[in-house]
Write a protein that binds this ligand. Structure first.
Ligand code: SAM
Ligand code: SF4
Length: 355
């Protein structure tokens, strides 16, 4: 299968980098391609109770506890990012719900001025009380990952003992405690779950949630990714539309990497397609990531990392951290090169980056 080359072109909105005057911190982050950084992804842990085949090795070596950022270090970094005008943060991992003091962390992030706090979770551990506590602390948006609705496939894919029903229950509970929006993420892989798209669309209608289909990306630990395993956005849409006609609503919301569709018959819920491989959206990327061990990655596909943890532990100042953040931002690559034969997979697997 031949994949289209990414169309990086011009960013949707080109911004001039803020003037850098010695000793004066810029008020916002703009990369050298004119993209404004607005979203921070913070990985709370590299640990997980699942071992999804496309994400994590069964015998993965986790970081030692001392290698992981402490809560104080995370909050210090979040405060510096807030100073760059970033008030949108997504908590991820590994599995972020394993983080022991999650409600306290969310509350502190809220106090720092993070007005939009979201989290991506496998949805297998959250109780009603957890969800209520996180929501009360300031977590409003939740993405729950679920790649198959079939219990046997679920066990094979996650190498864990939970079930689709348990994960769906988390979606229901999250809605009940008032989180909004609650979405389901499914990575679509040829021959593994690409025959379930219509079932997922039916579930989206039943739960009145958006289900986002994500193209399989070459960030898997086992290096099993191949171009033939990618189910393109076009193929996905064709399957779903044959049963549930859709209305493209992407133009109504422009800041999302997903192409979004409502059900044409007006049933609540919807479909999102995140076509990172066949329809890259790098030119509109506004994200930057901090891994659980304190490395700054300007792109999911970065092969370079900036070590914020060491700066902090060696007594670096906030200005030292801020200038490293600016440096990493300016080095943010134009886009990924998955479609190129020269593509080199980063050493880190997805679970160690924070998807
Ligand atoms: N454990 C949480 C979860 O599963 O939602 C958060 C971390 S997980 C790394 C974040 C997201 O990355 C999940 O939605 C997962 O499906 C996605 N992901 C992991 N490996 C991927 C890959 N190779 N291609 C595309 N998405 C991937
Ligand atoms: Fe864990 Fe999420 Fe990776 Fe699955 S996708 S192994 S749940 S981090």
């Amino acid at each position: 299968m031949s994949l289209p080359l990414p169309q990086f072109g011009k960013p949707l909105r080109v911004e001039a980098p803020p003037a850098q005057t010695r000793g004066v911190r810029p008020t916002h982050l703009v990369d050298s391609h004119g993209r404004r950084i607005r979203d921070l992804r913070l990985s709370l842990t590299d640990r997980c109770n699942f071992r999804c085949t496309y994400c994590m090795d069964p015998d993965v070596r986790f970081c030692r506890r001392t290698e992981l950022l402490t809560e104080a270090e995370m909050l210090r970094l979040a405060r510096i990012f807030a100073g760059f005008g970033i008030d949108r943060i997504r908590l991820t991992g590994g599995e972020p719900t394993l983080y022991p003091t999650l409600p306290e962390l969310i509350a502190e992030l809220s106090e720092l001025g993070m007005r939009d706090i979201a989290m991506t979770t496998n949805g297998s551990l959250a109780t009603d009380a957890d969800l209520a506590a996180w929501h009360n602390a300031g977590l409003h948006r939740l993405s729950v990952s679920l790649d198959t609705l079939r219990p046997d496939r679920f066990t094979a894919l996650t190498r864990a003992t939970s079930s689709p029903e348990r994960v769906i229950e988390t979606v229901r509970l999250a809605k009940r405690v008032g989180m909004h929006p609650v979405k389901i993420n499914a990575v679509v892989m040829r021959g593994l779950n690409d025959d379930e798209l219509v079932d997922f669309a039916r579930l989206a209608r039943e739960l009145a949630v958006e289900i986002r289909f994500i193209e399989f990306m070459p960030l898997d630990s086992g290096r099993r990714w191949g171009r033939e395993a990618v189910v393109s956005a076009d193929e996905m849409l064709e399957q779903i539309e044959a049963v549930f006609p859709l209305r493209d609503t992407s133009r109504e919301r422009t800041c999302s990497p997903a192409q979004r569709f409502a059900f044409a018959d007006g049933t609540p819920g919807g479909i999102g397609i995140i076509a990172s491989v066949t329809r890259p959206f790098c030119n509109a990327c506004s994200r930057i990531r901090i891994t659980a061990d304190g490395k700054l990655m300007p792109c999911l596909f970065s092969t370079a990392e900036w070590d914020l943890r060491t700066i902090m532990r060696e007594g670096g100042s906030d200005d030292d951290l801020a200038s490293t953040i600016v440096e990493a931002t300016l080095a943010k690559q134009a886009g990924h090169t998955i479609a190129s034969p020269q593509y080199q997979q980063p050493d880190r697997q997805m679970s160690a980056i924070g998807g």
